[in-house]
Design a protein around this ligand. Structure first.
Ligand code: 6PG
Length: 225
């Protein structure tokens, strides 16, 4: 389907194991080639198993620079913030040098945060690896079906998002596809319908971002159906 490859794994745990090793391999290649690794993190629950595995993996964290594909407009310490959830299960447990985790400053309001984050990432493109999830409606990051996708910038403010909270900041397809590698992670029976629509050629946001990024899609048996 539209050039992306789908790989089916028997369980979320097996999938997380594969993704963690893919992230570590991408890091080794990037560090060897360019002295640093730029990684865009997916939010939501699916990738947390991967982040937990990375927390106990041997890696040269001093060369890692972490970014976010999207963020919810909530206070920084709110556990519903993607950056906070990822710190709790991974970043708070490793020696990442200060200033190498770049949360989207969504507490500043969606427009201001989008503006600042676009300026931050522009000189760094392309990323080495982008991780993405998929919602049950086929959204990815905070790019939701039916929302006018402002294609001009690298980031955009999102309001009235169908998945709470309503106000978010997201990288656009242009930014998410400016990467050497991309992996989309899809697990659970709840994603079965959206995945079937994707495979049937529906123009879902995740489908167009994945195609533009040349992403590999890793799914578990429950989602594959
Ligand atoms: C968010 C995420 C979002 C997520 C999907 C899947 O802020 O909610 O960035 O895009 O990746 O909604 O979420 P789950 O992995 O929790 O199913």
């Amino acid at each position: 389907v539209s050039g992306v490859g789908f790989q089916v794994h028997e369980s979320p745990e097996a999938l997380a194991e594969v993704v963690a090793s893919r992230v570590l391999a991408a890091a080794q290649r990037a560090i060897a080639a360019r002295g640093r690794f730029t990684l865009v993190l997916a939010g939501g629950g699916t990738p947390l198993r991967v982040y937990e595995r990375l927390a106990t993996s041997p890696a040269d964290w001093s060369r890692w620079h972490l970014f976010h594909g999207d963020e919810r407009c909530l206070p920084p310490e709110d556990r519903q913030r993607n950056s906070r959830a990822i710190a709790a299960c991974w970043l708070d447990r490793i020696a990442l040098p200060p200033g190498q985790h770049h949360p989207i400053p969504a507490e500043l309001g969606a427009e201001e945060a989008a503006h600042r984050y676009a300026a931050l990432i522009a000189p760094l493109l392309p990323f080495d690896l982008v991780l993405l999830g998929m919602g049950e409606d086929g959204h990815t990051a905070s790019l939701f079906p039916g929302h006018a996708l402002a294609q001009t910038g690298l980031t955009m403010a999102v309001h009235e998002a169908p998945k709470p909270p309503p106000d978010r900041v997201t990288l656009t397809p242009a930014a998410l596809s400016a990467t050497r590698e991309a992996l989309v992670l899809v697990t659970g029976a709840g994603k079965r319908e959206a995945l079937a629509r994707w495979r049937a050629g529906d123009g879902l946001p995740v489908a167009s971002v994945a195609a533009a990024a040349g992403a590999e899609v890793l799914v578990d048996a429950a989602a594959w159906g």
